[in-house]
Design a protein. Structure first.
Length: 492
């Protein structure tokens, strides 16, 4: 029997469905995370531009983006709450033994979530009701609340990767907890900044991709140019920074989690002058099939020298390392993330070259096709990053302290499979509803733009979102009995 099958046979029946349920809900939630963490910042940049330059188009975009932000946040509350419950329901061994050590991160995230909800409500309500400067200043804490939430989650996850800040008593339970050490672990800094910049890049490319699609369909007015340029510029500036941060976190993994690094690079035996494999599959006997082999490169990337020693998977017993299949999954996820990141750097350089040389946006249709795909590609890269992080740490849920199998619930596996099916159906409905709401908002905004342009003879962006609303066309007067409020809402 192979090592992978042997370990699988020894695992509790609940382990696989619990993993699948957690993986599905996390992968679904993470689609929304870039918008939750970085979209407020992008919106406020657009808001600032509108105030600074008295640009009504920028203010209109910021106002509409704030509505999308609110809808996204509402869905994020649901998916985030499900994840919170799953930690306790699926992994009681983890929370029961280690919750007092790293649970502070979840507490910070909960308070940040509550603060962000209040700030989004104030910001959304403030359009047309507050003075422009006051409204903008009240929105400024939003990005910091989002970063605080990310701080809490990454503090908890980095602790699971490099646990510290506690001692163990005779029964193996943690005592003498040092909160500061538990939060600021060796992996916290590299993980946090890598994550935050990834969210900025992903949100920027996601938003810009919408307007790139509009450009390809012939919508090349100031509204669409500005809607593309601001988020894309933010993402383009952050992309080379992420390339450096990605290299930094890889080196941190090399030093702090050498066995995970071996899984990411499918290194079987500890050695120097280790080659780099681009993709490829690791087998149980340590051989690698497929992929592209580049001699010496892994040692060079790890320590800037071909003589750098890279720890292999066989440096620890089989039950303390990822299986060959898990290592291959982590390796592919890592390579796909790096490949997408490299492509986004090239796209950012293309954009920067045209702007510096001609002081205008690129005109190539291929550039906008690439930009329209960049948002989806960024989400895929984020998903792959989390896969590499979590699968590469196997079989540990708390690195070198608790295995995943020791933390899993005792609930019957059949019940967990049913829960997974129910959650998948519910999430399909939630994300479908989210998409329908966004499409309805887009349709309503386009209708409002056409009505306003027809009634005033001016482009829709000339209606400032502060002060009295523009008069309605004669044929669009709302009916008596509350219709005014309803139509006013359609102009958001």
């Amino acid at each position: 029997m192979s090592t992978s099958l042997h370990l699988l046979a020894d695992a509790p029946a609940q382990l696989l469905p619990a993993r699948e349920l957690m993986a599905f809900t996390l992968a679904s939630h993470i689609i929304l995370v870039p918008l939750g963490v970085a979209f407020p910042f992008i919106t406020l940049v657009m808001h600032y531009r509108g105030l600074r330059r008295e640009d009504a188009t920028a203010l209109l975009l910021a106002r509409r983006w704030s509505a999308v932000m609110a809808v996204q946040f509402a869905l994020g509350i649901v998916t985030g709450t499900v994840l919170s419950f799953e930690f306790g329901l699926l992994w009681p061994g983890l929370m029961g033994r280690w919750g007092d050590v790293f649970g502070i991160g979840f507490g910070v995230e909960a308070w940040a979530f509550f603060l962000e909800a209040v700030l989004i409500a104030v910001y959304l309500y403030g359009w047309r009701r507050l003075k422009p400067r006051t409204h903008f200043l009240l929105g400024l804490p939003l990005p910091f609340a989002a970063l605080l939430g990310a701080f809490g989650i990454l503090a908890a996850n980095s602790w699971m990767n490099t646990p510290q800040g506690f001692s163990l008593d005779s029964g193996g339970d943690p005592v003498d907890v040092n909160v500061w050490k538990a939060i600021f672990t060796p992996m916290f800094g590299p993980q946090y900044w890598h994550f935050v910049v990834a969210m900025i890049i992903t949100a920027g490319f996601m938003v810009a991709g919408v307007y790139a699609t509009g450009w390809l369909r012939g919508r090349r007015d100031h509204y669409h140019r500005l809607g593309f340029a601001v988020p894309f510029t933010i993402a383009a500036v952050a992309t080379p920074v992420q390339f450096v941060l990605g290299d930094s976190i890889a080196r941190s993994v090399f030093h702090e989690q050498p066995v995970k690094f071996a899984a990411l690079e499918i290194v079987w035996k500890t050695d120097t002058r280790v080659p780099e494999y681009l993709f490829g599959r690791l087998h149980e006997d340590g051989t690698v099939s497929g992929g592209i082999k580049i001699p010496l490169l892994d040692s060079v990337l790890a320590g800037f020298s071909p003589d750098t020693e890279v720890v292999g998977l066989t440096s620890v017993p089989a039950d303390q390392r990822p299986t060959a299949t898990q290592a291959t999954i982590a390796h592919w996820a890592f390579d796909i993330m790096v490949l997408i990141g490299s492509a986004l750097v090239l796209l950012a350089l293309w954009y920067g070259f045209v702007w510096l040389r001609h002081r205008r946006l690129p005109a190539s249709a291929w550039f906008y096709r690439s930009a329209a795909c960049a948002g989806v590609a960024s989400v895929v890269a984020v998903e792959c990053g989390w896969i590499a992080t979590e699968v590469g740490r196997q079989p540990w849920i708390v690195y070198q302290n608790m295995r995943v199998a020791e933390a899993v619930t005792s609930t019957r596996s059949t019940t967990l499979w049913i829960m997974l099916a129910v959650v998948m159906v519910v999430y399909l409905f939630l994300f479908g509803s989210f998409l329908v709401v966004l499409l309805k908002m887009r349709t309503r905004w386009r209708l409002a733009d056409r009505q306003q342009a027809a009634g005033t003879g001016l482009p829709p962006e000339d209606d400032l979102p502060y002060g009295p609303r523009a008069p309605l066309p004669v044929g669009d007067a709302p009916p008596a009995g509350g219709g005014a409020g309803r139509h006013g809402g359609d102009r958001l």
